[in-house]
Design a protein around this ligand. Sequence first.
Ligand SMILES: NC(=O)c1ccc[n+]([C@@H]2O[C@H](COP(=O)([O-])OP(=O)(O)OC[C@H]3O[C@@H](n4cnc5c(N)ncnc54)[C@H](O)[C@@H]3O)[C@@H](O)[C@H]2O)c1
Length: 345
Amino acid sequence: MSADPRSVTIGVVGMNYWGPNLARNFDRLDGARLAWVCDRDEAVLDRHRSAYPGARFTTDLADLLADEALDAVAVATPVPTHAPLARAVLEAGKDAFVEKPLAVDAADATALADLAESSGRVLMVDHLLVHHPAVEKLKDLVDGGSLGRIFYLYGNRQNLGIVRPDENALWSLGPHDISVMLHLVGERPVEVAASGESYLQPGVEDVVFGRIRFPSGIIGHLHLSWLDPHKMRKMTVIGSERMVVFDDMETERKVTVYDKGPIPRTETYGEYIQVRSGDIHIPKIPAAEPLRIVCERFVAAVRDRTPTASDGRAGAVVVEVLDAMTRSLAASGAPVQLARAPAPA
Ligand SMILES: NC(=O)c1ccc[n+]([C@@H]2O[C@H](COP(=O)([O-])OP(=O)(O)OC[C@H]3O[C@@H](n4cnc5c(N)ncnc54)[C@H](O)[C@@H]3O)[C@@H](O)[C@H]2O)c1
């Protein structure tokens, strides 16, 4: 904990499973001070009192909002509470860090992004993979052109894992891959589709296959499941010049670049397309905890007003995709068009 008067002061609300990771990171960052710890359950608070002797503890978020010396609040409560709590934080004139997904409803998510922009507040969503050094490497490869023209990409997020009773595989696992795809492609999707099935609990899909179509013709595909023998956390990007895989289960080979691709056909119609298979390259990726990077970037955004790659606007598009995929799931996989982005005022 820093005593620097220029430290950004932060409170964390929701301290059961994930919130303690945020509190730990904010507490250890130079330039930040964990000033408040909040959970409406006193027993949850009691578990953390000894770890943060310099912080104040409360069961009521209103105490944080009334503290004029507090700069920002991180929201790590259940997903349906994100939008109302984030709104309360922004309306109290404080910057907000919100767990993923930003809201359960696209209109609420967009309204939060609008509110943050119109009031000049920082709103950052914890799409932590967007800040992962391996995804930053992928983004450099895509934007730098070394993959050539991007054809398509796909994400695998599968496990025989925790079965959530209140959230399906799309909402629980999907925000990670959707946020990465939107970040890498850099286009607003035009259409999505999703199909899935509930095998273990009625109405809660254990497996979801999703598809995102972008205006340039790129498609993204998602395989999300907690009912699978493989533990996979992978993103594959297929370009005309190279193909690249981010495998988050690997410790050293997080990113593998394959110098493989089709050789463009220049002669007569009907000939076989040749393929080229060259070297395989494994770039070095810094081994930093992605959540720590996210917390550092939030603190920098609060202190210096620097933009972040997972701001409220980016988080709202993720919720639009989740929302539209949910409608597609209910319609047996029928495609759902996404509204065009409103023209800037
Ligand atoms: N980024 C990631 O990789 C990641 C991983 C896991 C969870 N999460 C997110 O973290 C959030 C929390 O998940 P969790 O599993 O810890 O949830 P949880 O239900 O275990 O804990 C939520 C806590 O919030 C408290 N709470 C609820 N409403 C409150 C209010 N109005 N005021 C104060 N406290 C309140 C509850 O008492 C509880 O202790 C979710 O949004 C989840 O999506 C993110």
